[in-house]
Design a protein around this ligand. Structure first.
Ligand SMILES: [Cu+2]
Length: 130
């Protein structure tokens, strides 16, 4: 009887461990590692239905963090395109009102990119990736 209890206890521990494992070992749909904001991270500020920062820079060839500070009660976002025709989007930031988000911009080749607010397409700017 003692042995059975010990076996059951072990089985319970094993089950508990197995139940915990998927949360730590889930490899399906693993998000890309988050890139932290650093001194060179671009910051875009929106105020008065305009981007106050219309020229920002980002590093070429690696994902980077972009801080977007929306000081309006109107919703805005930052959407990045290959050029001002806005036909090829390379990044679309979350739309939100009044607040700040750190966008995770994917690695981009060096060059000049166009960005705008999807809600107000007249709000535009240039992202230089170098
Ligand atoms: Cu907007």
């Amino acid at each position: 009887m003692k042995r059975l209890i010990a076996t059951l206890a072990l089985a319970t521990v094993a089950l508990a461990a197995a139940a915990c494992a998927p949360a730590n070992a889930d490899t399906s749909g693993t998000p890309a590692p988050t890139v932290a904001v650093d001194a060179n991270s671009p910051v875009v500020v929106a105020q008065g239905i305009k981007f106050q920062t219309q020229d920002v820079k980002g590093p070429a060839g690696k994902a980077f963090a972009m801080t977007f500070r929306n000081q309006d009660s109107a919703p805005h976002n930052v959407s990045i395109f290959t050029d001002s025709s806005a036909s090829q989007r390379v990044f679309q930031g979350e739309v939100f009102a009044q607040g700040e988000r750190v966008y995770q911009v994917p690695a981009l080749a060096a060059g000049s990119y166009f960005f705008r607010c999807d809600v107000h397409p007249d709000m535009t700017g240039t992202l230089t990736v170098q």
